[in-house]
Design a binder for this molecule. Structure first.
Ligand SMILES: Cc1cc2nc3c(=O)[nH]c(=O)nc-3n(C[C@H](O)[C@H](O)[C@H](O)COP(=O)(O)OP(=O)(O)OC[C@H]3O[C@@H](n4cnc5c(N)ncnc54)[C@H](O)[C@@H]3O)c2cc1C
Length: 373
C-alpha cells in the first residue's frame, strides 16, 4: 500500500527525475554527472529504503519499487546506481551489519559521501558464484584478500566495494576501500547496455582488510550473497518495468503521429497487434512486481520466489516490448534521435544481471517443484 506520504514523495520524485535525469545524454557521455550523485543524495534518494531511525527516507518496498520504476523509465544507469548502492550494499548492511558498522556506514552512504558497489562476479565466474576464485586468509586480527572482480557497476567511481571472497570452502564478505593499498581499478567502457554505469574490473592484490570490515559472521558469505541478490533482483524487476513502460509510451506516441499510406500507423491492425501485446506485457510485469512488493512487506516466506518471478518476467518484457517499440519506429528506431534504441540496448542487460534468465528459471523451477502443489 502506498502511504499518503508516499504519494507526495512519488510526485516530487517524478518532477526531480524529469528535471535532472537525462538518460540519453548520460548514455552518450558514458557517465553520470557527479552533480547528479550529489542531488540524489541531497534529496535523500540514496537512503530511500533505509529506515528513518537509521537516517534514511524509510519508504516501504512498494514505494521504493515505484520510484525505481520511474528511474528505470528515464535512465537505466541511474537506476543501476540505486540497485547497487541502496539494494545490494546498504540494505545488506542493514540486515547483516553490527550496530557499530551501521552507524559508521549509513552516515556515509545515505549522504552520498561514500558511493558503494557490489563485487561478486569475476572474469571466470559469473552465474557460478559459489566457484569464485578471490581468496582471503587471516593475518593476525586482519584479513588479506587477493583476486579479480569484473563487470562491477559503479566500480570505476565507488569509494567502497562489498567484496565476496573464499577461504577454503567458506565464503565471507568484506567492505574494502578503493584507497586501500593493493586495489587497482580498470574502467570498462563501450558496452551495449547501461553505458553510464561506470563499470570496472577491480583487482585486489594482497589487500589488508581490518576485521571491522567483515560483514556478517565469517563463513556467512553465501547466505549474505543470496539475501543481497534478492534485494538487487527486486530493484532490477521494477527497473525493467520502467524500461518496458517507457518503450510502450514511445511506441504509442510514434504510431499515432507517423503516417504511411495516408493513415497513422496506429490504424493498421498489425501495428495494433504489436501495441496490444506490449501493453499486456507491461501490465503483467507491473502486477508481478506489485505482488512481490506485497509479499515483501508482509515478510512472506514466498517473497524471494515472487521476486524472482517478477524479475524474470519483467526483464523478458523489457526486451520484448523495446523490440516491438523499435519495430514500430522503423528506421527511426535504430537512430539515437529516438530513445527506443537506448531502451532496447539497456533492456538486454536486464536478462543477464542479478542472475541470468536461465538461472532465474532454475531457481523458480526448484521452488515450484516443492511449493506449487
Ligand atoms: C551491465 C552489467 C552490470 C553488471 N554489474 C555487476 C555488479 O555490479 N557486480 C557484480 O558482481 N556483477 C555484475 N555484473 C555481472 C553479472 O552478474 C554476470 O554477468 C551474470 O551473473 C552472468 O554471468 P556471466 O556473464 O559470467 O555469464 P555465465 O555465467 O558465463 O553464463 C553465460 C550463459 O550461460 C548460461 N548459464 C550459465 N550457467 C548455466 C546453467 N547452470 N544452466 C543454464 N544456463 C546457464 C547463462 O544464463 C548465460 O546465458 C554485471 C553484468 C552486466 C552485463
Amino acid at each position: 500500500m502506498i502511504t499518503d506520504e508516499g504519494k507526495i514523495f512519488l510526485a516530487a520524485a517524478k518532477t526531480f527525475i524529469d528535471e535532472h535525469v537525462h538518460g540519453a545524454a548520460f548514455d552518450k557521455a558514458q557517465q553520470l554527472p557527479r552533480s547528479l550523485l550529489k542531488l540524489l543524495a541531497s534529496h535523500g534518494y540514496l537512503g530511500i529504503n533505509i529506515s528513518r531511525e537509521q537516517g534514511g527516507l524509510g519508504m516501504n518496498a512498494l514505494e521504493y519499487g515505484l520510484f525505481t520504476e520511474l528511474l528505470g523509465r528515464a535512465c537505466s544507469s541511474t537506476r543501476t546506481l540505486l540497485t547497487v548502492h541502496c539494494s545490494l550494499v546498504t540494505e545488506t548492511l542493514s540486515r547483516w551489519g553490527t550496530e557499530q558498522q551501521k552507524r559508521h556506514w549509513f552516515a556515509l552512504l545515505v549522504s552520498g559521501e561514500t558511493i558503494a558497489s557490489f563485487a561478486v562476479s569475476e572474469p571466470a565466474h559469473g552465474s557460478d558464484t559459489r566457484g569464485i576464485a578471490t581468496r582471503y586468509r587471516k593475518s593476525g586480527a586482519d584479513y588479506v584478500i587477493s583476486g579479480t572482480k569484473k563487470w562491477i557497476s559503479f566500480g570505476a567511481i565507488a569509494d567502497v566495494f562489498l567484496v565476496f571472497a573464499k577461504c577454503d570452502e567458506q565464503m565471507s564478505a568484506f567492505l574494502i576501500d578503493r584507497s586501500a593499498p593493493g586495489v587497482r581499478v580498470e574502467p570498462i567502457n563501450n558496452l551495449l547496455s547501461q553505458r553510464a554505469s561506470h563499470l570496472a574490473e577491480i583487482t585486489f592484490d594482497e589487500v589488508v582488510v581490518p576485521n571491522t570490515r567483515l560483514l556478517g559472521a565469517e563463513g556467512s558469505g553465501q547466505l549474505l550473497l543470496m539475501s543481497a541478490l534478492d534485494n538487487g533482483r527486486y530493484s532490477v524487476a521494477w527497473g525493467a518495468c520502467g524500461v518496458a513502460r517507457e518503450a510502450l509510451v514511445q511506441m504509442i506516441g510514434y504510431a499515432q503521429q507517423r503516417t504511411q499510406f495516408g493513415s497513422p500507423l496506429a490504424e493498421f491492425q498489425l501495428v495494433q497487434g504489436l501495441i496490444g501485446d506490449a501493453a499486456s506485457e507491461v501490465h503483467a510485469a507491473h502486477a508481478l512486481c506489485e505482488r512481490a512488493a506485497s509479499q515483501r512487506m508482509a515478510r512472506s516466506c514466498h517473497a524471494g520466489y515472487e521476486t524472482t518471478i517478477a524479475k524474470y518476467v519483467a526483464s523478458k518484457a523489457a526486451v520484448s516490448v523495446t523490440a516491438r517499440a523499435l519495430q514500430v519506429h522503423g528506421a527511426n528506431g535504430l537512430s539515437d534521435d529516438f530513445c527506443v534504441e537506448r531502451l532496447f540496448r539497456d533492456a538486454k542487460a536486464l536478462e543477464i544481471i542479478e542472475g541470468s534468465s536461465q538461472m532465474q528459471q532454475i531457481t523458480i523451477s526448484n521452488y515450484a517443484l516443492t511449493a506449487e502443489k
